[in-house]
Design a protein around this ligand. Sequence first.
Ligand code: PGA
Length: 251
Amino acid sequence: MRTKIVAGNWKMNKTPSEAAALVEGIKALVKDVTTVEIVVCPPFTDLKDAAAACAGSNVALGAQNVAWAESGAFTGEISAAMLKDLGVTYVIIGHSERRQYFGETDATVNSRLKAALAAGLTPIVCVGEKLEEREAGQMETVIVKQVKDGFADLSAEEIEKTVIAYEPVWAIGTGKTATPVQAQEVHALIRRTLAEIANGEVAGKVRIQYGGSMKPANAKELMDQPDIDGGLIGGAALKADSFADIIKAAL
Ligand code: PGA
């Protein structure tokens, strides 16, 4: 059995003090949850305050990106060591908004993924097809390529340490959710691809989250699917009660 993992991707929302307050609110609502991994991923500037609020609780801290280099002339980037020093243990890599607006490619995803793994951070690697790709019948090709190229040169042991988030781009922030059947089909495809690039045992262990307009009303039916092991939540993670309700739907 894979432990479900529910992570909040706060994107560019919340100031440091708002972040601390939101973590406090979440903590109070989920303090009795022991069987779901809970992660919040605030903006970099909030991490220190969020870390203080998360300390000693069942809420872990993630970042939204990580540099591929250890240090040096990379203006605007944040290294894995910087994140670790703050108490960060997870990091989102290759979110579709990074791919769409900031030039991320499967190659940069691969480099960042290697840096995260080398530092002992748990990567949450995002993949997902665009609407026009789905409509053109290219979903499978796109997803398999993102997984194979994003995970290139990784050992089976390294792949086992990752979390993958399947986020159909057409479902992110749109209110349009993939149906449980549509999502399950892609999650199974991702798991088959992992079996190909690593092995069946590793493929069976990697958690694959669904993301894209997941909310309390649809979380359970999605996470009840055999290959859906949690969620990466955007909008509904910005309020303690809706995020907590999604976590409880994973129980
Ligand atoms: P959403 O975002 O839940 O607001 O659709 C999910 C994500 O982009 O990670």
